[in-house]
Ligand binder design. Structure first.
Ligand code: CA
Ligand code: CA
Ligand code: CA
Ligand code: CA
Length: 289
């Protein structure tokens, strides 16, 4: 079990480093992402009308008589990224029914998943699997946005591993149908062509509730001082490291976890600047050390 923990830790660190270096920035280009979003939605809707989910073989297949099109059973969520509106579709085999219910992960949480992905080739065919894994940790802030949002609709399961292979039960299971704008956009990646919609069969085995990337006592999802629901764009001390990765958020030389006057482990509820800034927490206030 210790080996497993080490592997998990190394994986998380690797993903964090990747995310830190890429700084979550979106490349600016002349491509018409808004028009592509409309094209992608047409593709996905047509695809969902042309296919059904075959429970006996756990697979999406071309629609035949007597079967119900996926479009009739599909769930969707509206997502706005970079001022463009997208619809992400997902099929719920099971939301997940764990014995200990931690709720659902947020877009900033780390998840332990099994998955395989396929490309949606136009609206009428599916590629072979281009990527798969039987159990790997990701942090949802640093993967394609269709994953970040898609996994929030599922719950983790129960770890029933007993001296054998890692085994989970009662976790969420489903299929994500992702527009290219929430995947690899107009750049593509490896086998994925530019502007290709993707589908992923996913199992959510487990997740770290209130993932705290910088271990400062404040969950990453709450390191969002501008309150727009997007912690990746908050950098109080403008040092290029977003707050959720920055262990000294206000850059005053005192670690955020030490700006915890009342000592309850949460720096977000300490307000000492009564005269000048009574509503600004100390860890975000460079005048309070
Ligand atoms: Ca934190
Ligand atoms: Ca924000
Ligand atoms: Ca500080
Ligand atoms: Ca506190």
């Amino acid at each position: 079990m210790n080996n497993l923990k080490n592997i998990v830790l190394v994986t998380i660190i690797a993903v964090l480093i990747y995310s830190c270096n890429s700084s979550n920035s979106i490349p600016v280009d002349d491509f018409d992402h808004e028009a592509q979003a409309l094209l992608d939605n047409d593709t996905l809707v047509q695809f969902l009308k042309n296919h059904y989910y075959d429970t006996s073989i756990d697979s999406v297949k071309a629609l035949v008589d007597g079967k119900t099109a996926l479009y009739q059973e599909i769930n969707s969520m509206s997502i706005t990224e970079n001022d463009i509106d997208y619809t992400l579709y997902y099929y719920l085999k099971s939301e997940g029914n764990p014995s200990t219910d931690k709720g659902n992960p947020t877009v900033m949480d780390s998840v332990f998943v099994k998955y395989y992905g396929q490309r949606i080739v136009r609206s009428d065919s599916i590629s072979n699997t281009f990527d798969n894994n039987d159990g790997i940790w990701f942090t949802l802030n640093s993967v394609i946005r269709g994953w970040s949002h898609g996994f929030t609709n599922f719950k983790g399961g129960d770890n029933i591993t007993d001296n054998g292979p890692i085994t989970f039960e009662n976790g969420g299971k489903g299929i994500l149908f992702i527009p290219s704008g929430l995947a690899y956009r107009n750049g593509g990646s490896g086998a994925i062509l530019p502007n290709e919609c993707l589908l992923f069969y996913i199992d959510l085995y487990d997740f770290t509730k209130d993932t705290d990337h910088d271990n400062d006592g404040i969950a990453s999802i709450f390191e969002d001082p501008d309150g727009d629901g997007e912690p990746r764009n908050d950098d109080t001390d403008s040092d290029g490291i977003p707050n959720f990765f920055d262990n000294d958020d206000d850059g005053d030389g005192v670690l955020s976890l030490n700006e915890d006057k009342n000592g309850d482990g949460n720096p977000a509820n300490d307000f000492s600047d009564i005269v000048n800034n009574p509503d600004l927490a100390d860890y975000l206030n460079p005048d309070i050390k």
